[in-house]
Structures are given as structure tokens and as C-alpha cells.
Write a protein that binds this ligand. Structure first.
Ligand code: MF3
Ligand code: CO
Length: 254
């Protein structure tokens, strides 16, 4: 399958999916504090998704057993919510969520502090978010895909961190994962030319230490090999002839 260019009608549905998803994240963020379990956060997220008559796209995706991916500290992505996993003061927690609205997807992730966190961990979260905003400066028609990738990588590495290689962003639309893959590091070449109407989930995963990761025995949870912390930031982005439109981002929410 090749890269799809969305029609104005499809974009309208993806805007609504993204608008709802921003609210889902905001509502989950409100309950984060020491003592809350990752299952509590999953439940809140799923309830809000369903309150908008949306479908949680991750639930049952390749057998994934929950609505939200919740990854704590050295967990990079795809952490499985559990009522036994209680957040502690000083943790960082990454929430990755996806919704389907009238057949169209939106996907986004945020990393939050639990109570007071160290200055180093705050910086990891902030650099990860900033790397996304640096990268999307190049997300416009006529540029090449890896202009985004290279910019994210350079920004992260200039700040002393590493970008995960084994997981990448992706096209998104009717399906959660469409072409093209969107790496957060620069492969050989320039990548495809960006065109107006492409929709991409751009999602830097940034480790405080080395970029190497592995998967736990549960077959889902991705952790850093060196046990350093990791942060994640993602939005669903519409490519236009000018500034990109951030479909899952609301500047007044998280
Ligand atoms: N947000 C993830 C991504 O961008 C998807 C989570 S995997 C799932 O690929 F299995 F949980 F859905
Ligand atoms: Co994604």
C-alpha cells in the first residue's frame, strides 16, 4: 500500500478524533499522583474515549490488552496497565492513547511527572517534547520525510540523550499504522517527498542513556537496556503547503 492523501472530509473526521484525544489526555493527566495505579489511569482514559462514542484503537490491536499504553520510568512504550503498578513520587509516566472517530484514527502520547521529580527527569521530558516541535518545523509539503527525522535526532543528541531506533512513527488515517514509517533518526537518503494531505504520527522516544531497548517477558513492555529513563511525545500531524496542523494538540490542554 502507498501513502494516502486525505480528502477534506477525511481531514474533518481526523480533526474531530484529535480534538477528542486531546481531551482524553487532559483528563488522564488530572488524576496522576502518587498512589494511583496505572490501571486507574487506563480506566479513566477508556471511559472518556467511550463517552465521546469513540473506540480505543489500541484495545485488542495485535492482542494488546488495554486502551492506553502506560510506561513508567525505564519503560519506553507499550507498558500494560496493572492495578498492582502504583505510581510513586518521583516517577515519570508516559501515556500513549489512540481513538477512532467515525472510522478515523488519532494517536498521541505525553510524558508526565508524578509529584515532584528530579531536575534531570524534568529536562528529559522537556527535551523530548521540544524535539517534536523542532522536527515539525520541517513538516511541510515539498520537504523530505527524513528532514523531520534528522532534526529530531540532532536536537536530542545535542542535548545529550539518544533516540530509540527500534520503534518509529507512522502514517495514520483509517488505520493506526499506515505508510510511511517516520523514524526519529536519519536513515540513508532523504525519504519520500511530503505532500499536502498526508497525515503522520510523529513520536520521538528519547532515552536518557543509550538508545538500545528490549522487550519484557509480557511481550509488550519495551524498556531501556541500560535501565535509564525514557520519555515519549507524539501528535497526529497534517501536512499542508504551509505550517503543519497538529490534529491531536490543544495548546490549552496537556
Ligand atoms: N501508539 C502506538 C504507536 O504509535 C501504538 C500502540 S501499540 C498497541 O504505534 F498495541 F498498543 F496498540
Ligand atoms: Co503512534
Amino acid at each position: 500500500m502507498s501513502v494516502s492523501i486525505k480528502s477534506e472530509h477525511e481531514i474533518e473526521l481526523m480533526r474531530e478524533a484529535g480534538r477528542i484525544l486531546a481531551i482524553v489526555h487532559d483528563e488522564m493527566a488530572k488524576i496522576i499522583r502518587p498512589g494511583v495505579s496505572t490501571m486507574d489511569i487506563n480506566r479513566r482514559g477508556e471511559d472518556v474515549i467511550r463517552s465521546f462514542k469513540c473506540i480505543p484503537s489500541f484495545l485488542n490491536y495485535n492482542g494488546y490488552p488495554a486502551a492506553i499504553c502506560i510506561s513508567v520510568n525505564d519503560e519506553v512504550v507499550h507498558g500494560i496497565p496493572s492495578k498492582k503498578r502504583i505510581l510513586q513520587e518521583g516517577d515519570i509516566v508516559s501515556l500513549d492513547a489512540g481513538v477512532i472517530y467515525q472510522g478515523y484514527q488519532s494517536d498521541s502520547a505525553r510524558t508526565h511527572a508524578v509529584g515532584e521529580i528530579s531536575a534531570e527527569d524534568r529536562r528529559l521530558i522537556d527535551i523530548t517534547k521540544q524535539s517534536f516541535f523542532e522536527g515539525i518545523k520541517y513538516a511541510r509539503a515539498g520537504n523530505h520525510l527524513f528532514d523531520i527525522s534528522k532534526t529530531i535526532q540532532n536536537f536530542v543528541e545535542d542535548n545529550g540523550y539518544s533516540v530509540v531506533r527500534d520503534l518509529v512513527g507512522h502514517g495514520i488515517g483509517r488505520k493506526l499504522h499506515e505508510e510511511p514509517q517516520v523514524p526519529n533518526f536519519k536513515p540513508i537518503g532523504r525519504g519520500m517527498k511530503l505532500r499536502a494531505g498526508m497525515t503522520l504520527a510523529i513520536e520521538p522516544m528519547v532515552n536518557a542513556g543509550a538508545y538500545d531497548v528490549w522487550v519484557l517477558e509480557d511481550d509488550w513492555t519495551v524498556v531501556t537496556k541500560d535501565s535509564t529513563k525514557s520519555a515519549h511525545y507524539e501528535n497526529t500531524v497534517l501536512i499542508t503547503e504551509g505550517e503543519p496542523e497538529l490534529l491531536s494538540y490543544n495548546k490549552d490542554l496537556v
